[in-house]
Design a protein around this ligand. Structure first.
Ligand code: AMP
Ligand code: ZN
Length: 111
């Protein structure tokens, strides 16, 4: 998606503070953090919203769920964290390339 902000970040065309990457995911700090630690877990595959995922993404979502704890540990979120997935305008989604927020490192609640 040539006009997608997160596709451009994944391609390296827009800078980000990356903390993790693998064959399927890129993770970088949110530019406007809502918690002391706030990163975005972004699949390399462009999927606009959760409503646009399909059965071919089954393994990807399993991989995300199993990788988030590793990223949280790497970031030092030893006492827990919040994971958020906003879906479409009514869910507060602003960037239409699916991403999970990981928020932690301070007193709750976070956005
Ligand atoms: P959402 O509302 O779930 O779509 O979240 C989009 C998030 O992307 C917001 O928390 C923004 O602060 C964040 N964001 C927007 N532009 C950038 C950027 N260039 N680099 C990192 N995070 C960004
Ligand atoms: Zn994209």
């Amino acid at each position: 998606m040539s006009d997608c902000l997160f596709c451009k970040i994944i391609a390296g065309d827009i800078p980000s503070k990356q903390v993790y990457e693998d064959d399927h995911l890129v993770v970088f700090h949110d530019i406007a953090p809502k918690a002391p630690t706030h990163v975005l877990v972004v699949p390399r595959k462009h999927i606009a919203t959760l409503n646009d995922a399909d059965n071919s993404d089954h393994d990807l979502f399993g991989h995300i769920a199993l990788t988030i704890p590793k990223i949280a540990k790497q970031l030092g979120l030893t006492d827990g964290y919040r994971t958020v997935l906003n879906t479409d305008k009514g869910g507060g989604q602003e960037v239409f390339h699916i991403h999970f927020h990981i928020l932690g490192g301070g007193p709750m609640p976070f956005a």
